[in-house]
Design a protein. Sequence first.
Length: 424
Amino acid sequence: MKKIVTLLLFMTPFIGFSQNVPIDFETGGQGANWTWTVFQNADNPPLEFVSNPDPSGINQSATVAKFTARDTNAGAAPFAGLESQHGSDIGTFDLTAENALVTIMVYKTKISDVGIKFATPTGGAQMEIKVANTLINQWEQISIDFSGYIGLPETTGLDQIIVFPDFIPRTADDIIYFDNITFGEAIPNTIGLPITLEGGQAPAFSDFNGSTTVAVTNPDASGSNTSATVAQNIVPAGAAFAGVNFPVNNIDITTDKVFSLSVWSPLPNTPVLLKLENASGVNSERIGLTSSENTWETITFDFTDEGQLTYQSATIFMNFNQTDAANQVYYWDNLVLGETLGVSDNTLVDIKVYPNPATSMLHIEANQEIQTIEIANLLGQIKYFKAIDTKNSTIDVSNLATGLYISKVVFYDGTIQNIKFLKQ
């Protein structure tokens, strides 16, 4: 059953791309390692691959493409763009009903057309199709429908994609970010680690073999997990491999390779399997074992001996390869890569962070002197750092984008506390 589920999750609805999509510009993915040629753009500055300028919206990717569109008064054309290399990047394919819907995420500072077209090895192509964005200064996913071209000349044996990120005359240079070019059905909206289920974070749960997973109020907000929201997983009687899969935005285990998960189990010695799945078909899995029952505890999954890969989805099996005579209800929370999230790393330290959610000012009070305070988003990007020599501090968070953040509080005795808060 597991093999069938994995196949269904990653089987693309068309033939000929040979795993060369989606174009996500991530390490281990597609796009960043391609040969892109910029054209009709004055001095033709090369396409760049940079950190996501706004990972708080619909696109939480770590890496995106950056295109600098030159001023048309300085010699650039309105149709300045970029093209992949014939034959070696996107692969060879025919335009069909299964891949004719193309989606692309864009981040722009103004409204302008985005154009895409495809070419054959000899350069033959139908006219580009253009669609304008409707939002500015935030990520937007737009769809471009090529279904009207199916069956026309120069729509078979295609081996090149051409993108026009800013199809408009310009009076100054413009910066356009784009990402996640998909074909066929749009990929689900993915989220980044850690999975905390707080602040409206909602993984696209896909259960199988009878498993049922929903986000619920924490039934036991005590001990090591006082989070407001957790995942409830019901495993039916007699099901040894019931599990839940959800897309995750490119898990990179190049540096950090150990995951932690908060688990509440009605049974002791419960084997929990974490499976990481890669779009290219390379999957890895590890088992953690609970030691308690009817209480929250943290278990770990060590992928140290795995290579430097990125993964696009995760699957969790509670009570893996075991069968029970009755349905069992499990809870899990805080899937983290690297440092464990929790109420604190030293429960002896009394600390308060309020208000939560916060809109402008965040107050931190402790019964020990604080050395430093660091605030990071869910991608681990540090948004604030301050040295503190008192037991309390007030931080202006009004400039932070809406979303969930982690406040890392370091005390002079070396203890550390990680407090999650929501910025509204």
